[in-house]
Design a protein around this ligand. Structure first.
Ligand code: AKB
Length: 334
């Protein structure tokens, strides 16, 4: 496929030309890779993952196996592909990381350190997905500022803050063009997330359609930031294509499109499936994680510095999710 000239109609610069994506089998990668290939051309996006991924990620363009802790292979791939940009998505999500703190530190922190070293060696730009998990219980919870207290209490969050700082360090010391987003919970119909605290906001749509009810592991009244995947994909490209002279807060920007509690998403689903019912069976581990994260982020810096402008609010997302999931079910049922 030929690259698109101006993907967002916003006068894109096309700073990125040859892109390597790590963790391409994850929830973001599965959608980001085809999205990038549409914009930059199939052959200009190399997808990598620890295991083979069937479908468009491995079949729609170049694909290689890569464990992000293997610096030698990583470096060879960047060199032979002539990549100018590394979108480093590989990582273990929050709840799963709590079950394997040592290994997740190795992958989340060690993998990012390796990616930064490879970026430095080859003069590539690097995107790092930070998270609302980079905040903790002592962070102001409402309208959480861009620059504030960051003392997370999860191993996932500790690695995220460390990586944000490492990205700043590599930019300052070596001039690596590092840029990052603090993602909220991401909701998508293509791929299920695995091992996150915000995953309920995806599962609820699947079960609303298949069972008409959902038992939620997060308690009512627990607010977290969220964003629909199309807005997250657009934000990655917009940030990476942004004029570097405007980027004050490179690592990493608060981004969010909505903040809701489980009863709010249930109410939104009820507008389209009136018989839908939510009940609760709270998981203390994920509830504690959720409570340690902000209720809502202040995204002013992202808006002012590179034009972050999400399109989907809760009801628009719900309508789209339910329609897309219905179409998917019909397609698989033949
Ligand atoms: C998770 O729940 O672990 C992720 C995140 C907010 O980083 N979705």
């Amino acid at each position: 496929m030929e690259p698109l000239e101006d993907p967002h109609g916003k006068g894109g610069l096309h700073v990125m030309k040859r892109i390597i994506v790590t963790g391409a089998s994850g929830q973001i990668g599965i959608e980001l890779v085809p999205y990038l290939r549409k914009i930059y051309g199939d052959s200009n996006v190399l997808a990598t993952a620890r295991r083979h991924v069937p479908g468009p990620v491995s079949e729609g363009g170049p694909f290689e196996l890569l464990d992000v802790r293997d610096g030698k292979t990583f470096s060879k791939l960047v060199s032979s592909f002539k990549a100018d940009t590394i979108l480093h998505l590989a990582g273990i999500l929050s709840a799963k990381a709590e079950t394997m703190p040592q290994e997740s530190w190795d992958i989340n922190l060690g993998g990012t350190f390796t990616a930064l070293e490879v970026a430095r060696e080859h003069g590539a730009a690097l995107f790092f997905p930070s998270s609302i998990a980079a905040f903790g219980p002592s962070t102001p919870q409402d309208n959480t500022p861009q620059v504030t207290i960051q003392r997370p209490t999860t191993i996932y969050g500790v690695a995220k803050v460390t990586c944000e700082l490492l990205c700043d360090y590599y930019h300052k010391k070596y001039g690596v063009d590092t840029r990052g987003l603090r993602f909220p919970g991401l909701i998508s119909y293509e791929a299920l997330p695995g091992g996150g605290t915000t995953d309920y906001a995806v599962h609820i749509y699947y079960e609303a359609l298949s069972k008409g009810r959902y038992t939620c592991y997060i308690a009512p009244g627990t607010y977290m930031d969220m964003m629909y995947m199309p807005d997250a994909l657009a934000a990655v490209v917009q940030l990476m294509e942004a004029d570097p002279s405007k980027l004050v807060n490179r690592n990493a920007y608060n981004v969010s499109a909505m903040s809701f509690a489980p009863e709010d998403i249930a109410a939104s689903i009820k507008k389209f499936i009136p018989e839908f019912e939510i009940s609760y069976d709270v998981d203390p581990v994920r509830q504690a994680i959720a409570e340690s994260w902000p209720n809502s982020l202040d995204c002013t810096a992202a808006k002012e510095e590179w034009g972050f402008d999400p399109e989907y609010d809760l009801d628009r997302m719900t309508q789209d999710m339910l329609e897309r999931l219905k179409q998917k079910r019909q397609a698989t049922e033949g």
